[in-house]
Design a protein around this ligand. Structure first.
Ligand code: GLA
Length: 411
């Protein structure tokens, strides 16, 4: 297993962040406004991610190919002498508080404090920690957009708690415990998001394997440009879509059990196609999606190594069709975005993340980007007055994960 470097400490000039909901001058100022002036605080960043391909297969143990993006959650924190946690977020009003005790209980479903409690729980799986933190969280990552803002929050908060207690975790430790903690908010996801958020490398996609756990950065040709296009419908996994998301996982698992195949990795290696007629409709579709997507990831990795953008794009589009037709997790808005992008010259496009709303990712060559962007505005966004280009239609670069980003002291 490739172990990413532990957190490195060095000073960098504080940067001004654009907040998710409000425009704040900086995380440090937000902290001072919330908890008082005069203390030394530390800034820690956890990026969002775009999944390039490999959707709804991580929880079945099949490799996926995400990349971290430049938009991120920033936690400005100060260690406390007791076990209390106090936190504010620029995206949600009000202070959240709890004690780091055994038997933490979740708050109301959908409340952002559950991600902080999940982080505290995750940390308690691996370490004994005594010091809580005061934390001000800012973000330029759209929420419920399929860009992993919630996992970035959970991961960033876990890293802040660990750092405040003088603990430097390895990637292997974190990859083991963070997905478990996500179950605190009710989803039965896989480990893709945490792997991408932690271990991505600038300029690379991250091939993430689960059995055995492993990550491998694969350089993305600089001419491959990725646009993220928000469908303007939220995909809030911790809310009402939780059951639909968990249902995809259950259908795929039941299919495997009924077929008597030990794992989806084994299913991909079957020489004879299994007979699916005894499966229920949802199980059959889930099985076809998972095995098809697993094969597409293998082919996409090959296309990426070969620098074959056309082939890579075609695989993205095929992935979208399978998510739409087999798994049923797309929406008319996402389908329209994908069709518009393809019709205006994009090499490939697909929904990214869990689906049910959220964003599409679009692959273009440099001279296609502007045309695709303009066509998306003309055909889709112009009909939506809530469209805000900076947060709904933007380019993303393959970026470094949290373990490669510095902790920054800030006064
Ligand atoms: C969410 C989960 C991931 C993964 C995707 C779908 O983002 O957190 O683990 O299952 O959905 O690919």
């Amino acid at each position: 297993m490739q172990i990413s470097p532990v957190i490195r400490y060095y000073v960098q000039k504080p940067k001004r962040f654009r907040a998710g909901a409000n425009i704040l001058s900086s995380p440090g100022e937000f902290f001072a406004k919330s908890f008082g002036e005069g203390s030394v605080i530390t800034l820690l960043a956890a990026p969002g991610r775009v999944n390039l391909i490999g959707e709804h297969i991580d929880y079945h143990g099949l490799p996926v190919l995400p990349m971290a993006i430049g938009r991120r959650i920033t936690v400005a924190y100060r260690p406390r002498q007791d076990g209390r946690v106090r936190a504010v977020s620029d995206g949600h009003p009000g202070l959240r508080e709890f004690d780091l005790t055994a038997g933490l209980q979740p708050d109301a479903p959908g409340d952002w404090v559950n991600y902080l409690k999940g982080a505290a729980l995750a940390v308690s799986f691996g370490w004994t920690i005594r010091n809580g933190i005061d934390a001000a969280i800012t973000s330029d990552l759209p929420e419920a957009a399929g860009l992993s803002s919630s996992s970035a929050l959970l991961t960033g908060f876990a890293l802040a708690l660990l750092a405040a207690n003088g603990i430097q975790p390895t990637f292997a430790d974190l990859f083991r415990i963070l997905p478990e903690a996500e179950h605190f908010v009710g989803t039965r996801g896989g480990g893709m998001d945490h792997a991408a958020i932690l271990a991505s490398k600038a300029g690379c996609a991250l091939l993430v394997g689960f059995d055995p756990p492993a990550t491998a950065p694969i350089p993305i040709p600089p001419a491959w440009k990725f646009l993220v296009a928000h469908s303007l419908r939220g995909a809030e996994k911790s809310g009402e879509l939780r059951a639909a998301y968990n249902g995809c996982r259950q259908a795929g698992t039941r299919a495997l059990e009924k077929l008597g195949i030990p794992s989806y990795a084994a299913a991909l290696d079957c020489t004879e196609p299994p007979k699916l007629e005894h499966l229920g409709e949802a199980e059959r579709r889930a099985f076809l999606h998972v095995t098809g997507e697993g094969t597409r990831v293998r082919e996409a990795v090959k296309a990426l190594y070969e620098g074959n953008a056309t082939r890579f794009g075609a695989l993205l589009t095929a992935s979208h069709k399978s998510l739409r037709d087999q798994l049923g997790v797309s929406t008319p808005a996402l389908d329209l975005i994908v069709e518009t992008a393809l019709g205006s010259g994009a090499l490939g496009a697909r929904l990214t993340g869990a689906g049910f709303g959220g964003c599409a990712v679009v692959l273009c060559l440099p001279d296609q980007v502007e045309r695709v962007r303009q066509q998306l505005v003309a055909d889709y966004y112009s009909k939506h007055p809530e469209f805000d280009e900076a947060n709904h239609l933007f380019a993303v670069e393959p970026s470094a994960g949290a373990l490669s980003l510095p902790l920054r002291p800030c006064r």
